[in-house]
Design a protein around this ligand. Structure first.
Ligand SMILES: Nc1ncnc2c1ncn2[C@@H]1O[C@H](COP(=O)(O)OP(=O)(O)OP(=O)(O)O)[C@@H](O)[C@H]1O
Ligand SMILES: [Mg+2]
Length: 326
């Protein structure tokens, strides 16, 4: 738009100048004409920018209506059930996000109190499996069972209230550290002492104390004012706070330095005691003591057993183990 206007002004100026030079136009008329032209310009510019804004608003509105039309999760529908002491079973579960199958023939049982670890190359489907347990997605065939009850029959709030999930992705929101820790709980019901206690267990109390407002420090959009390791420790503290029956850790100690990793791992071990725990870790050192290691490759479980068993029978696991543990 600006380029066109400049070109038009230049053209009028050039042609008008020529006519003035050979006496067919008075200089006054040319100046008057140019003045009118300038007057016309600003409404023209407003008009075009109106159209750009209209386009933008249309795009945004589309996006908003898409979100508004999404089906809402039924939070309270279903049965309330205490899941402690019950085994979790995957009976031949299949799942895909689109066309390509992401998980196939997934079968295993996690007995209460056991630590089940998932290992395998990147993109194998480990996080997807956790999303199924969390009920972010539903399996295509086979339904995950807790005790004898398919987990879809439990109400979302009852089920998720008993699970702690430290995700691989950043799970922070804008707001204070307190709000992030208490997310989904009644904030008033959680005392400061309890918050500091879980922060200490997750090795996060040190840096929180150094922040200007302590627990009430604003962490910025998606927690951008904290480092990756700090965010992860807050996520771990959040899991501690819920005292979950089932704990899921997806690369929970991946972005910590080796010293805090050790401490957090100790804390996690304390937290895991007596609960069913699912762990995903690329570092084998964190999973060697698991009761059962499932090796997931391209959506299939192709190795099942303890560390010793897999180290003897599974070639790829052997390679992982050799690279990392020697
Ligand atoms: N939300 C999604 N929509 C579509 N495809 C997805 C989605 N999330 C993951 N995938 C695909 O599913 C496959 C498994 O992904 P997943 O995140 O479960 O792997 P992973 O085993 O956790 O890998 P990593 O060890 O790198 O975390 C990948 O091929 C990925 O491209
Ligand atoms: Mg993953």
């Amino acid at each position: 738009m600006y380029v066109i206007i400049t070109l038009v002004v230049l053209a009028v100026f050039g042609y008008g100048g020529l006519r003035v030079a050979n006496g067919t136009l008075s200089i006054g008329s040319l100046v008057a004409f140019l003045m009118f032209l300038f007057q016309l310009m600003s409404p023209l510019i407003t008009f075009t920018s109106f159209f750009t804004q209209l386009q933008r608003a249309a795009g945004a509105t589309n996006r908003i209506t898409e979100i508004v039309q999404l089906k809402e999760e039924a939070g309270q529908e279903g049965i309330e059930m205490d899941i402690s002491g019950l085994p979790l079973t995957f009976p031949d579960v299949h799942f895909s996000y689109g066309e390509e199958p992401v998980l196939e023939d997934i079968s295993f049982t996690a007995h209460p109190g056991q630590k089940i670890a998932f290992a395998g190359p990147s993109g194998g489907g480990k996080t997807t499996l956790f999303s199924l347990i969390e009920r972010f997605y539903e399996p295509e065939t086979g339904s995950i069972v807790i005790g004898d009850t398919p987990i879809q029959e439990l109400s979302m709030s009852s089920w998720r209230g008993q699970i702690g999930y430290v995700s691989q992705e950043n799970a922070m929101m804008a707001g204070t550290i307190r709000e992030n820790l208490c997310y989904g709980m009644e904030e008033e019901a959680v005392s400061d002492e309890r918050l500091w206690e879980v922060a200490e267990m997750a090795y996060a109390d040190g840096f929180i104390k150094e922040l200007p407002d302590g627990l009430d420090t604003k962490v910025g959009e998606r927690g951008t004012k904290l480092s990756g390791g700090q965010r992860q420790r807050i996520n771990i503290a959040r899991a501690f706070l819920r005292n979950p029956k089932i704990l899921m850790l997806d690369e929970a100690t991946a972005s910590l330095d080796s010293q805090s990793e050790q401490v957090v791992e100790e804390a996690l071990n304390r937290l895991m005691a007596g609960r069913t725990t699912f762990v995903i870790a690329h570092r084998l050192s964190t999973i060697v003591d698991a009761d059962l290691i499932l090796f997931i490759e391209k959506g299939h479980i192709n190795g099942k057993g303890t560390h010793e068993e897999l180290a003897q029978t599974h070639p790829l696991y052997q390679m992982f183990a050799e690279q990392q543990l020697t």
